[in-house]
Design a binder for this molecule. Sequence first.
Ligand SMILES: [Zn+2]
Ligand SMILES: [Zn+2]
Length: 353
Amino acid sequence: MATRDPVADLQRIAFLLETANEATYRVRAFRSAAATLTKLSAEEIASRAAAGTLTKLAGVGTVTARCVEESLAGEEPVYLRRLLATEGSDVDGATAALRKALRGDCHTHSEWSDGSAPIEEMAMAALGLGHEYLVLTDHSPRLTVANGLTASRLREQLDVVAALNETFAAADTTFRILTGIEVDILADGSLDQKDDLLAQLDVVVGSIHSNLADEPDVMTRRMLAAVRNPHLDILGHCTGRKLATTGGDKGHRGRGRPESRFDALAVFAACAEHDKAVEINSRPDRLDPPKRLLRLAVEAGCRFAIDTDAHAPGQLDWQLVGCTRAVASGVDPVRVVNTMRADDLLAWTARHA
Ligand SMILES: [Zn+2]
Ligand SMILES: [Zn+2]
């Protein structure tokens, strides 16, 4: 009987668990088992499975061992089958078409800041989802809780991305990683990274992570300054709200946080005037902006970026959520920047500088 690839099955399970926003420790069980088995030959895995000694390996537990045994026997692991049976949801035609039109993701994190995976793994997952590009936007220095990148670490990251892009080009794929940052919008509206570096990056997402409860006029001034800054391309999760969630990784679990108060009409008008995009953040714990503000942004004539803000490979699959909200709020797919080809996206961001 034909056997399956047990490592691929374990990785697929991890991916689906991330998509479902399951707790990090559950995902890690499958990722570490896969990592352990990658180092062994197929023969050794088979003989250990036959002898029942898979669980003697570091990182392999009873659940993951059972998946491996089922894979080797040529069966789809029960664990995987259940996940596949419950994934996804019925979507209407317009939402499906918008999702299909998306060519990339403009807001993602790697283990360089507070993400859980290496850059390459995020890129491979994006490629697997059919993306043509992935914008890597790790955090900026002041966000120390998220291990924000100093200027020198960011320069180092740019070299790593350039090297990875060379391997993609050599492999004859058109996929590439675009450089970027999720830069903190500081209390005075300035951006938390050196100007020369911001100028060098392909895409700059600016977000507020501090003083979220400031008075509306203070908040509005701060956001307007950021939107007018020529380096900023996309305004990230504009209200900063957090929804109460039970699943998810540490820091994304909790009772929620109210929206910041600001003059949304003024901020969206500035986005439209300076041709900046308002992000539609697809994270289940954010869903930002709320639909009433999304409708306002549509009326203001803004562009949008439908992003996942993924901190793990499986979370890159969250864009459908953003597409649903975009369609419900009347967003025209033509106004969504990540429906553009990479070169057109880069031409758009270059016009801001
Ligand atoms: Zn953020
Ligand atoms: Zn983020």
